[in-house]
Design a protein around this ligand. Structure first.
Ligand SMILES: *[C@@H]1O[C@H](CO)[C@@H](O)[C@H](O)[C@H]1NC(C)=O
Length: 439
C-alpha cells in the first residue's frame, strides 16, 4: 500500500516535471552596447544573464532597401568590432545556449523604403534568394545557431478613442468601411510569407540550423501567419504580446499595455490581451510547446493632465502622449524596469514633494490585467505620469500562465531594460530571475 502511494506520488512528480516550460528566450539588441550612461549593456553584464537563458536572440539584421540583402544594422560594432563573434563565443562557456540572429524587430527603420518587407515578399524567388543567401552567410560565418525572423508587417490600426454619440456613429461607419483593414493584400502576403519561410528553412536545414519567428506587437497573426503550415517549418514562435497600447499609438488614453485577459468594458478590443493571442495560435493546431510568450522588461509611460483625474484607474482619459524618455530607456514613452522601480516609493524619495514625489503602485489581485503606477496632476504636481508595466509579481503570473497552458516558455524583450546593474534591490536581472524561477 505504501508503495502504491509512493508510485502515485512519483507519477505526479513526473507530470509536473514534464510540464515545466523549458525555453527562456532572451532578446539582446547590440544597440544597447553603444548607448550612453546607465543603459549601456557591456558584455560582462550580458554574460550574467546567460545562465538563465536557453536562447539568446541577437538583434538586428536589416534589409537593404535597394537590393533586399540582409546586413547588420550595427555593422561597426557587430562586424568590425567583432561583437557577433564575441557573443557567439560565449557558447563555449554556456554550453546549453543557442544564439540566433534576428532580422527586423522594429529596428529596421528606413524612411526611403518603408515597405521593403512587403516588397521582399512580393519580389519572388530571385529577390528573396539574395536575402536568404546573405542572411545565411552571416549566420554561418559568425557561428550563430540559426535565424529569427522578426518580420516588420503592417500594424493594426490603433484603438480609437470615442465617447457617447460619436462612438455609435463610428461603429456603424466601421461596419461599412472596414476601418481596421491595413493591408488589402494581406491574404496574398500571408501565402508569400509561408513560401518565403519554407525557402529560408531550406537554406538552414543542411547545417542543422534553427529557425524561429517573432510576431511583433500589433502585427495581426490572423492576417500574416499561416500557423498550420508554419508548424512544419519553424522551431518556435515568439509572441510579442505587449504594447497593445502605447503612448505613440494611443496618445489620448492610457490603459494596461499587456493584460493576460480581456475585460470587455469601455472601448477595449477583444484581441488586445495575451490569452486571445495565445488561443489564436493554439486554436489553429499550432503545438503549444512551440509557442513562447513574450514579456517586456519595460513599461509604457503616458503624461497625465489635470483632466485625467486623480484616480489613475484605467482606461485613463485625456492623457497627453508620451512621458519624457528615461536616462536609460532613451526613448519617449518608455521606461526600463529599474527606472520605474526607482520612481516608486523608496528611502530616497519618500519625503519628496511635487514633481519629485514617488509614484503610487497599484497591483491587481485578480491577476488578470497587471500593475500600474502613477502620479496624478494635482496641487503642487504638474508632471503627471501613468505607467503600465510588468513587475516581479505580474511577470511571475505570466510565467505561471505559460506553465499551465503548457507553452514552450517565455521570450524576454529585452535584457537591456531589466535591472542588469542591480539598482533596485541589488539583485541583477530581477525580472529575468523571477520568470526563470516560475517556469
Ligand atoms: C486581427 O484583426 C481582426 C480585425 O480587427 C480581429 O477581429 C482579429 O481578432 C485580429 N486577430 C488577432 C490574432 O489579433
Amino acid at each position: 500500500m505504501k508503495l502504491l502511494v509512493l508510485f502515485a506520488f512519483l507519477a505526479c512528480l513526473h507530470v509536473s516535471v514534464t510540464n515545466a516550460a523549458s525555453n527562456l528566450v532572451c532578446y539582446y539588441n547590440s544597440a544597447s552596447y553603444t548607448r550612453e550612461g546607465l543603459g549601456k549593456l557591456l558584455n560582462p553584464d550580458l554574460e550574467i544573464a546567460l545562465q538563465f537563458c536557453s536562447h539568446l536572440v541577437y538583434g538586428y539584421l536589416g534589409i537593404r532597401g535597394d537590393n533586399y540583402q540582409a546586413y547588420s544594422l550595427n555593422e561597426n560594432l557587430d562586424v568590425y568590432k567583432h561583437q557577433f563573434d564575441e557573443v557567439t563565443s560565449l557558447k563555449n562557456k554556456y554550453k546549453h545556449l543557442k544564439v540566433l540572429l534576428s532580422v527586423g524587430g522594429d529596428f529596421d527603420i528606413d524612411a526611403d523604403h518603408p515597405d521593403k518587407y512587403i516588397e521582399l515578399l512580393e519580389g519572388g524567388k530571385v529577390r528573396q534568394a539574395g536575402f536568404i543567401q546573405t542572411a545565411f552567410s552571416l549566420v554561418k560565418n559568425h557561428n550563430f545557431d540559426g535565424l529569427d525572423l522578426a518580420f516588420q508587417f503592417p500594424r493594426n490600426k490603433p484603438r480609437k478613442v470615442h465617447s457617447g454619440l460619436g462612438a455609435t456613429w463610428k461603429s456603424i461607419k466601421k461596419l461599412f468601411t472596414g476601418d481596421f483593414v491595413v493591408d488589402t493584400n494581406a491574404a496574398l502576403h500571408k501565402e508569400q510569407f509561408t513560401a518565403f519561410v519554407r525557402d529560408v528553412k531550406d537554406s538552414l536545414r543542411n547545417d542543422g540550423l534553427q529557425l524561429s519567428l517573432t510576431v511583433l506587437p500589433n502585427v495581426n497573426s490572423t492576417w500574416y501567419f499561416d500557423a498550420p503550415a508554419l508548424n512544419g517549418l519553424v522551431d518556435f514562435v515568439n509572441l510579442a504580446a505587449f504594447d497593445f497600447l502605447t503612448p505613440a499609438r494611443n496618445p489620448d488614453e492610457a490603459d494596461y499595455t499587456s493584460p493576460l485577459y480581456s475585460s470587455a468594458t469601455q472601448n477595449r478590443l477583444d484581441h488586445y490581451n495575451i490569452d486571445f493571442q495565445v488561443q489564436h495560435w493554439l486554436q489553429q493546431g499550432f503545438p503549444s510547446q512551440k509557442l513562447n510568450l513574450g514579456i517586456a522588461s519595460y513599461g509604457n509611460a503616458w503624461k497625465l493632465t489635470a483632466e485625467s483625474g486623480i484616480e489613475g484607474t484605467p482606461v485613463v482619459q485625456h492623457t497627453e502622449g508620451a512621458a519624457p524618455a528615461g536616462l536609460q530607456s532613451q526613448k519617449a514613452g518608455r521606461l526600463s524596469y529599474p527606472e520605474i522601480c526607482g520612481k516608486l516609493e523608496n528611502q530616497n524619495n519618500k519625503y519628496l514633494k511635487g514633481n519629485d514625489s514617488p509614484l503610487r503602485r497599484v497591483t491587481d489581485p485578480t491577476k488578470r490585467h497587471g500593475t500600474f503606477a502613477f502620479r496624478a496632476v494635482q496641487e503642487g504636481i504638474t508632471e503627471g505620469l501613468w505607467i503600465s508595466y510588468d513587475d516581479l509579481e505580474t511577470a511571475s503570473n505570466k510565467a505561471d500562465y505559460v506553465r499551465v497552458k503548457n507553452l514552450g516558455g517565455v521570450a524576454f524583450f529585452d535584457l537591456s531594460y531589466d535591472d542588469f546593474r542591480g539598482q533596485c534591490t541589488n539583485d541583477r536581472y530581477p525580472l529575468l530571475r523571477a520568470i526563470k524561477y516560475r517556469l
